[in-house]
Design a protein around this ligand. Structure first.
Ligand code: HEM
Length: 400
């Protein structure tokens, strides 16, 4: 999902059209990041009829100099429990509130219809939330930006290459057999490792499943993560992704430049994690390019390198990001879907009936089947709506 808030006047206009106040709402939340200067611009904006619709007038928790609401958030459980604090703040301040966490100034939106209006204002190119610790790493090591970090025409150039190969439904259905191959192994493993119906760390097992799947798609290679003896290199990659993810949050709210110049422990760990991610992905990509010089028909990486004008450096960055993007997100969404279905036996039964009706006992499930499975799609969407509550939208840049 992506949305863009190009200019603050647009937000102001958006605020004028919607009544903002203390209302009951579904606890979803999205956040748009703003610069201090944008608030000033907003007040001066000719479209802003009054201060009542300026950014300064948006309600929100304490905005103390430098720290903003950090202490308040800390009392509510800190960055790790942010999702709960957001629900509280929405209850307190209404559908839109502004929150400043040290150097991270944001507007939070907690209503599907407001979110829809915002998405409809999206321009041709997304303007992303800049993840400064990530861009700082790329700049430090002279690595390229991939789809998660690029903006404007560069984003479109890289995106159009991957759009053809990975995002067109007609291309995606060709991946059925690879997805099923890993899924069969995963089901076999789950059958073996459960003790009296309990699995020690289902989330980690799901991470291994999603890693194995995305790697088979990208590199046409199995990494043996679902076997008893797992591949250490691949396990290190998963651990590095988790470390990278768990260390960047604090560097979003405190200046990454400071972490870098003081060479803080957090910056060191973050950098080491990225080093591991990039070096592992490069080995996989190079191996794929070398082993497949004769070019198999499903050679995704070779096709992209040869049929597009992407440089090798850009290919490394884009594929690495796909590999990262494909692991945690999918494992997380699946974990929540399983959890939510387990709490709703009625929905589980209905879903099972739909699957039985659509997929014959002697068939493997495939993309074509999903077209006739509205309840499956509804379950996944509902689970993501209900459980993955927070979406970060690209916006104007933070003021570090
Ligand atoms: C249920 C699973 C997934 C969820 C919930 C999810 C969520 C998202 C969201 C919210 C965005 C937009 C971020 C933004 O606008 O800044 C995004 C973008 C992206 N995701 Fe996913 N994702 C999932 C699966 C995947 C998989 C399997 C891959 C890799 C194969 C992937 C790769 C990417 C990439 C490369 C982008 C950037 C796309 C662009 O800007 O053109 N994601 N994802």
């Amino acid at each position: 999902m992506r949305a863009q808030i190009q200019k603050v006047p647009q937000i102001v206009e958006f605020l004028k059209k919607k009544s903002v106040g203390l209302q009951h709402f579904k606890p979803t939340s999205s956040v748009c990041v703003l610069e201090e200067k944008d608030a000033v611009e907003a007040v001066r904006c000719p479209h802003a009829a009054s201060r009542a619709h300026s950014l300064d007038a948006i309600p929100g928790p304490t905005k103390w100099p430098l720290v903003g609401s950090m202490f308040e958030l800390h009392r509510k459980g800190g960055l790790n429990r942010q999702h709960e604090a957001l629900v509280d703040y929405h209850k307190q301040y209404g559908k839109i509130f502004r929150m400043k966490l040290a150097f991270f100034d944001s507007v939070n939106i907690g209503s599907p219809c407001l979110l829809e209006s915002l998405y409809r204002k999206e321009g041709k190119y997304p303007q992303r939330l800049e993840i400064k610790p990530w861009t700082a790493y790329r700049d430090l090591r002279d690595e390229a930006y991939g789809l998660l970090l690029l903006e404007g025409k560069d984003w479109q150039r890289v995106r159009s290459v991957f759009q053809q190969k990975l995002m067109k439904p007609t291309e995606v259905v060709k991946l059925d057999h690879k997805i099923n191959e890993v899924l069969m192994d995963f089901m076999g493993r789950i059958g073996k490792i459960n003790v009296n119906g309990r699995i020690k760390d289902l989330y980690f097992e799901l991470n291994k499943w999603s890693f194995e799947t995305i790697c088979l798609i990208l590199y046409d290679n199995r990494f043996g993560l679902l076997k008893k003896e797992v591949n250490e290199e691949a396990m290190n990659f998963i651990t590095a992704v988790k470390t990278m993810m768990s260390t960047f949050g604090m560097m979003m709210v405190t200046p990454v430049k400071l972490h870098k110049s003081l060479n803080t422990k957090r910056w060191q760990v973050h950098t080491e994690a990225w080093d591991c991610i990039f070096s592992t992905a490069k080995v996989y990509i190079d191996r794929r390019l070398k082993n497949n010089s004769a070019r198999a028909p499903d050679d995704l990486i070779g096709d992209i390198l040869h049929q597009s004008n992407l440089s090798k450096k850009e290919l490394y960055a884009a594929i690495t990001e796909l590999q990262i993007g494909g692991v945690e997100t999918t494992a997380n969404a699946m974990l929540w879907a399983i959890f939510n279905l387990s709490r709703n036996p009625g929905a589980q039964r209905k879903l099972f009936e739909e699957i039985r009706e659509v997929v014959a006992p002697d068939q493997d499930p495939c993309g074509e089947h999903i077209k006739n499975m509205p309840y499956l799609k509804a379950c996944l969407k509902e689970s993501m709506r209900y459980s993955n509550k927070r979406v970060m939208l690209g916006g104007c840049k933070t003021a570090t």
